[in-house]
Design a protein around this ligand. Structure first.
Ligand code: DQA
Length: 147
């Protein structure tokens, strides 16, 4: 069974409370439930995790090798700063999709920079919670097309 790791970075545990005008009212638990229902409906294995620590996220990406087929990563602010996360994705050798709730390109200039995009199959941003479902479908399609 195809298995996807959805990995969420710093501050995303506060979704629903944190700047709802930017990130909406949906909580990360709501999103996890949406993803789980979608994965079940499409016969996908799913791990859904969040961590605020860069090193833990790196360890999680390394451990995904051999366990999961692809990674959907909302790295939060680490997207814009972390060469180490970029290197972890390259080292794991699994296809990755960069994901954001907000349209980072319509926001501050420092959010226009992404280290993750350089090693990602593609980027999804600006669709709020629905972006997670789009990312699961995009990863499923990508893995299927690779055979
Ligand atoms: C975010 C966008 C990042 O710029 C920000 O630091 C976040 C959330 C998003 O999902 O829109 O923490 O990744």
């Amino acid at each position: 069974m195809t298995s996807i790791l959805v990995l969420n970075g710093p501050n995303l545990n506060l979704m629903g409370v944190r700047q709802p005008e930017v990130y909406g009212h949906t909580t990360l638990s709501d999103i996890e439930a949406m993803c789980r229902a979608h994965a079940t409906a499409h016969d996908l294995g799913l791990a859904f995790e969040q961590n605020n620590h860069e090193g833990v996220l790196i360890d999680r990406i390394h451990a995904a090798r051999g366990t999961h087929d692809g990674i959907v990563l909302n790295a939060g602010a680490y997207t814009h700063t972390s060469v180490a996360l970029m290197d972890a994705l390259s080292s794991a050798g699994l296809p990755a999709i960069e994901l954001h709730l907000s349209n980072v390109h319509a926001r501050e200039e420092f959010r226009h920079v992404s280290h993750i995009a350089k090693v990602a199959v593609g980027v999804i941003c600006g669709f709020g919670a629905q972006g997670y479902i789009l990312a699961l479908d995009a990863m499923r399609g990508h893995l299927e097309s690779r055979g």
